[in-house]
Design a binder for this molecule. Structure first.
Ligand SMILES: [Zn+2]
Length: 283
């Protein structure tokens, strides 16, 4: 066990399960069973990025050009270990497959800056925390690049050995990650930009080897968002929600910089910060 691993979470408890919904947009996440250390990171980004050649810069908040090539779909499907049979047989599963590949394509192409830039940017107001940047440093050490999108994409592709469609509803969530099988189960993936952040959430579970803790009684954000006793919260910013929030804010920040007049994007960042603060119990 190399030294960086010990810097990660030490949670090795068995078979807890958690469920959360992310962003209130059917892009949920989180049924997690068991915990274990992830395998060494493998660079999946360089080859797939070369095949897909997403637009550069890729800052549209919506569907990007260039996501039409079959070779690109195949490369992403291979990176995620898509269990093709599970996505066949009905329109919903097939649509989920298509959106899932596009969500991963967003992670492949969307600029997230460098680790150094993330560190310079880290402060509490922006929900990009130093603990998140510390994780990026560990990934960068293994992968030999400081391109944050490459780190996140390769981490996702490393910790997810298999991705399959899950026709049963996952409690409060659109996706789940099994540590035992290194498997990503996806039941909902409707809007690729948001679904991409669900993928980041699941990758964070795999990378950190961390599940969630129970939210306290009375943990209600708004009507319909009662998480009392649900295993969906994190104790502090160093784990799953903190990592997810960091990536999302960096992603939206690149849109804000490209389109300074885009107030919608700025509002998204505020909303994400509010969601992260809800699920992270630390003040
Ligand atoms: Zn989760």
């Amino acid at each position: 066990m190399s030294s960086w691993r010990s810097a990660r979470g030490t949670n090795t408890s068995q078979a807890t399960s958690g469920a959360v919904v992310a962003l209130g947009l059917a892009s949920g996440i989180g049924l997690v069973t068991g915990c274990k250390a992830p395998p060494p990171l493998v660079d999946h980004w360089t080859a797939t990025h070369a095949i897909c050649q997403p637009p550069d810069p890729f800052v549209s908040p919506y569907r990007a050009e260039g996501f039409d090539e079959e070779a690109c779909h195949e490369a992403i499907a291979a990176d995620l270990g898509l269990d093709e049979a599970s996505f066949e047989g009905n329109a919903e599963a097939e649509a989920t497959r298509s959106n899932l590949l596009e969500a991963a394509y967003q992670l492949l192409g969307r600029p997230l800056g460098s680790v150094e830039e993330a560190r310079a940017y880290a402060d509490d107001a922006h929900w990009v925390r130093t603990s998140f940047v510390d994780e990026l440093d560990l990934m960068a050490e293994e992968l030999g690049t400081d391109d944050v999108r490459a780190l996140i994409y390769s981490t996702l592709a490393t910790v997810v050995a298999t991705t399959r469609y899950w026709s049963e509803p996952i409690d409060h969530a659109g996706a789940g990650y099994s540590f035992r099988r290194d498997e990503l189960a996806v039941t909902v993936c409707e809007a690729p930009p948001y679904c991409s952040f669900s993928l980041v959430h699941e990758a964070a579970h795999g990378w950190l080897g961390a599940s969630h803790v129970a939210c306290p009684e009375g943990h209600v954000l708004e009507e319909g968002w009662d998480y009392s006793g649900v295993v969906a919260c994190d104790e502090d910013w160093s784990t799953v929600w903190g990592l997810q929030a960091g990536v999302i804010v960096l992603a939206y920040q690149s849109v804000v910089e490209a389109e300074p007049e885009n107030q919608t994007t700025a509002r998204h960042i505020e909303y994400i910060g509010r969601i992260a603060e809800f699920f992270i119990l630390e003040d």
